[in-house]
Design a protein around this ligand. Structure first.
Ligand code: GUN
Length: 291
């Protein structure tokens, strides 16, 4: 069994991006600039956004953080998005999800200029992705594709079972892995809360993508010998022995699944760091498309 080390891989890719930015700076070209909008005080969201801003600093991007109280109105947030769409200094931006309940996430995503939508959430980018056209790929699925590619994991002709059908992970992942591309060319089963005998479906998989948000849900008895296990879950569970009072666990029960898997991603240090890398790659792409 091999661990797919997302932390290490993300450092390697970030170092590659940094080298490219050093070249951009030396040639006095446009330095990529990412803006992040963070609403409210959700601890997980704050931590993700902090990590995104820190990564921008590491690679030499410009970054702007716009932080607002959860009492912000939908109209005020839409105004901020309009300003970011029009601001020529900003190459790409993200609005960290989830948003407070009184704000319509769909309306917010639709307001983002697709050319600056480096999260790949706008239906224009989603539609282009689905048709195999050039687009900003959503960060988490894009990070997983990079892991599969850099670890030389064969996907062609394999049976992939995606667990969870969210718009930001499960659904786009199922599309990307079934595309005629490398990584891709999988036969994909997209499973969800209404799937009958989910354990039996997962047991048929050569590649498992776990994105359901239930701690330790997939156990070793659901994993076929030699399967590749990609764990997207980042669940906080109480742990009084930690200073923070919690620890992070995935959607996969790591110890029992690792006994069966050929490759497996840990949590933390697996898919999580790769999503930030994807965002940087999309921002770099946005800044190049602008000139
Ligand atoms: N919330 C959870 N994942 C993401 C992500 O990739 N982008 C944004 N904007 N919000 C998220």
């Amino acid at each position: 069994m091999k661990i797919i080390d997302g932390k290490e891989l993300s450092e390697i890719i970030k170092t590659e991006i940094k080298a490219e930015v050093d070249g951009i700076r030396a040639r006095k070209e446009n330095i990529p600039h990412l803006a992040a909008v963070l609403i409210g005080d959700n601890p997980a969201s704050r931590s993700y956004v902090r990590s995104k801003v820190r990564s921008c600093e590491f690679v030499g991007f410009e970054s702007t953080l716009i932080q607002k109280d959860s009492s912000i109105s939908e109209a005020e947030l839409l105004d901020i998005i309009r300003e970011l769409n029009e601001n020529e200094d900003i190459d790409g931006f993200i609005v960290q999800l989830p948003l407070p309940k009184h704000i319509d996430e769909t309306k917010v995503i639709l307001a983002i200029d697709p050319a600056k939508d480096v999260d790949g959430f706008h239906p224009i980018n989603f539609g282009k992705m689905a048709q195999g056209l050039d687009a900003y790929l959503p960060a988490t699925p894009f990070g997983i594709l990079q892991m599969l590619e850099r670890y030389h994991i064969e996907t062609s002709g394999k049976h992939c079972v995606v667990v969870g059908r969210s718009n930001i992970v499960g659904t786009p992942m199922s599309i990307l892995l079934s595309r005629k591309a490398n990584p891709g060319n999988c036969t994909v089963t997209l499973t969800h809360s209404r799937t009958k005998d989910l354990g039996a479906e997962i047991l048929r998989a050569d590649i498992i993508i776990a994105a359901i948000g239930i701690p330790n849900f997939i156990t070793g008895d659901m994993v076929k010998k030699g399967a590749v296990v990609i764990d997207v879950g980042i669940n906080r569970i109480d742990d009084a022995s930690r200073k923070s009072g919690y620890r992070l666990v995935g959607d996969v029960d790591f110890d029992s699944a690792a006994e069966k898997a050929s490759f497996i991603t840990p949590v933390p240090g697996g898919v999580g760091p790769m999503t930030v890398t994807s965002l940087l790659l999309n921002t770099l792409k946005a800044s190049k498309l602008k000139v």
